[in-house]
Design a protein around this ligand. Structure first.
Ligand code: SF4
Ligand code: SF4
Length: 196
């Protein structure tokens, strides 16, 4: 949620570290908006949401949860943290993350449109350092929730697409909203493709 929505009121050249990213306005669960994970927020404006921003930024309709949230990339740049250049922009990494002090974990949200990109991004060494420092990883990837507590487990996830494997096995997703929100619209289904 961060400050991406400033673009809706300040224009695309606004100074927000978010740039054109609005990933957390789609992938996150926002109780105040009755918005499940993977559903684009109804307040996103402009194209697929990435080109626009928050239509209620600065207004009373914008939930407190939105004002309070920022991903690690946003935090690092807002505070000019020395590590900010180590954290890739979410659109470059295909994922964003934050530290959850209650869970003592790094929580990662993977872009379902580019689900493998993060595995070759600069996020990986950050996650390795977090594990070495005693933090767990909670990874949300295509409607599945994976908890990682050991570097060997992270290596397995990096090397194999366990989400695709689970899908092929028909294993139910932990995040039930994924399939409903990602279901192709009727117009896309009737595109005449020869592939069933
Ligand atoms: S994921 Fe981060 S960079 Fe992207 S909109 Fe949210 S706060 Fe901004
Ligand atoms: S209200 Fe604005 S900041 Fe909050 S999820 Fe919706 S578009 Fe994003």
């Amino acid at each position: 949620m961060g400050e991406a929505k400033r673009k809706a009121t300040r224009g695309a050249t606004g100074a927000s570290p978010c740039g054109t990213c609005t990933m957390c306005c789609t992938l996150s669960h926002i109780v105040a908006l009755d918005k499940p994970m993977y559903r684009p927020c109804r307040h996103l404006v402009g194209g697929d949401g990435r080109a626009g921003g928050c239509g209620v930024f600065g207004g009373p309709e914008r939930p407190e949860a939105c004002s309070a949230y920022e991903c690690a990339y946003h935090t690092a740049h807002r505070t000019a943290h020395p590590d900010r250049r180590r954290i890739p922009h979410p659109l470059d990494a295909g994922a964003y993350f934050h530290k959850d002090p209650i869970e003592n974990a790094i929580v990662v949200f993977v872009d379902p449109d580019r689900p493998l990109l993060w595995k070759s991004s600069a996020i990986v060494p950050i996650l390795r350092n977090a594990l070495a420092g005693g933090l767990a990883l909670v990874i949300f990837d295509r409607g599945r929730r994976m908890t990682v507590r050991a570097s060997g487990h992270l290596d397995e996830i990096l090397q194999r697409d366990y989400v695709a494997f689970a899908d092929a096995q028909g294993i139910p997703r932990e995040i039930a909203s994924y399939e409903a929100e990602r279901r192709p619209q009727p117009s896309a289904v009737s595109s005449g493709s020869a592939i069933p």
